[in-house]
Design a protein around this ligand. Structure first.
Ligand code: PMP
Length: 358
């Protein structure tokens, strides 16, 4: 596609062109069946094999042990904010939360419907530009909830100290971008619309032992026991999102898997942060040790130039770099499918802009 923009959008975001082509073909005629993927029963053997294959790919790519279930659900990562306390906070007095930004705050708000969230660390004092340490996690807490990558603020957590209580992590914006040791977590969840596939599906990786701790009544669609027992097919799942995620994970495997893509992601992030640090017009928002490789947030020293720069970049086919409304400035998201050439273009545009002003 000659018309293709350099897409730095935060999500839904860029997907590999080959995945889009295969998905488009399947919408017209899936596997020469004379049917669209959109027309096929979710209980057909063909689609059940898509679910199975997608689960196997997830397990293989992330090295997930058999003691975990992999679920494909609906409702976005935001539904997990309430499902987690609904399933695990009941009967316990508190749950621990690390407050690292906008989405962590949303998770904390939802927990209040079911019990008492205790904030064990917060970076609110510095506009969430770092990941706080957390030492005093109450041992009676039902779980500790963290957010590995803060999509809006542009910070990422690289170390995951375990606490002796269930560890729950929102990995919506960095899942599949780097290797993590799944065994350190009891539940990982992620909205699919960044590195996994199109919007409409949420992945949950949950330790079977954690499911076994649920004993109270919960509405079926929010009950991990029901969803796991039905292998994500309790009701009609997001068929097209799961199918396209499968194609995307096959693409990821062809890129050398997570270790392969991680090296590319490090290079892309280093290239852009280097320019932000060297270019006299720009500065980065996150503290260097906590800079996200997926969402790079930056501003201009002269705020009045930001609109001018945005137009300058847009005219050069760059889209999606406007910062989140509460943060301002810019956010360039460098998800797996974004080629390093796009980052190179952005860096050149930043340099050219400085030179023109110079
Ligand atoms: N958590 C994080 C870290 C996110 O980036 C997002 C959305 N981008 C969400 C939660 C909410 O996800 P959803 O829109 O799928 O509910």
């Amino acid at each position: 596609n000659e018309n293709k923009k350099h897409n730095f959008g935060a999500g839904p975001c860029i997907l590999p062109e080959s995945v889009l082509c295969q998905a488009a073909n399947a919408v017209i005629d899936w596997n020469d069946m004379g049917l669209s993927i959109l027309e096929v029963s979710h209980r057909s053997p063909e689609f059940e094999s898509v679910v199975l294959k997608t689960q196997l790919l997830v397990r293989e790519l992330l090295h997930i042990p058999d003691s975990y279930a992999v679920l494909f659900l609906q409702g976005g990562a935001s539904t997990q904010f309430s499902m987690i306390p609904m399933n695990f906070l009941k009967g316990k007095s508190v749950a621990a939360y690390l407050d690292t930004g906008y989405f962590a705050q949303k998770a904390i708000q939802e927990a209040k419907h079911f019990g008492t969230p205790v904030i064990v660390g917060s970076s609110r004092d510095k506009q969430y530009n770092y990941i706080p340490d957390y030492y005093d996690v109450p041992s009676e807490a039902a779980y500790l909830h963290i957010t590995s990558n803060n999509t809006i603020e542009g910070t990422e957590q690289f170390e995951f100290p375990t606490q002796g209580i269930p560890m729950i992590c929102d990995m919506s914006s960095d899942i599949f971008s780097r290797m993590v040791d799944v065994r350190k977590f009891d539940l990982i969840y992620a909205g699919a619309q960044k590195n996994m596939g199109p919007a409409g599906m949420t992945m949950v990786i949950i330790k079977n032992e954690l499911i076994d701790t649920i004993t109270h009544e919960i509405p079926a669609m929010s009950d991990y026991r029901v969803l796991e027992a039905n292998n994500s097919l309790y009701n009609t799942p997001p068929v097209f999102a799961i199918y396209t995620a499968m194609l995307n994970l096959i693409w990821l495997k062809d890129q050398g898997g997570i270790l392969g893509i991680e090296q590319k992601n490090i290079k892309k992030a280093m290239l852009l942060y280097k320019e932000i640090d060297e270019n006299p017009l720009f500065y980065g928002l996150a503290q260097p040790a906590h800079r996200s490789r997926m969402n790079v947030t930056f501003k201009m020293y002269d705020e009045s130039l930001e609109k001018v720069f945005l137009t300058f970049a847009t005219e050069r086919n760059i889209v999606g770099i406007q910062g989140y409304r509460t943060v301002g400035g810019f956010r360039a998201s460098l998800y797996n499918a974004l080629p390093i050439e796009s980052v190179q273009v952005l860096v050149t545009v930043m340099r050219d802009f400085a030179a023109e002003l110079g």
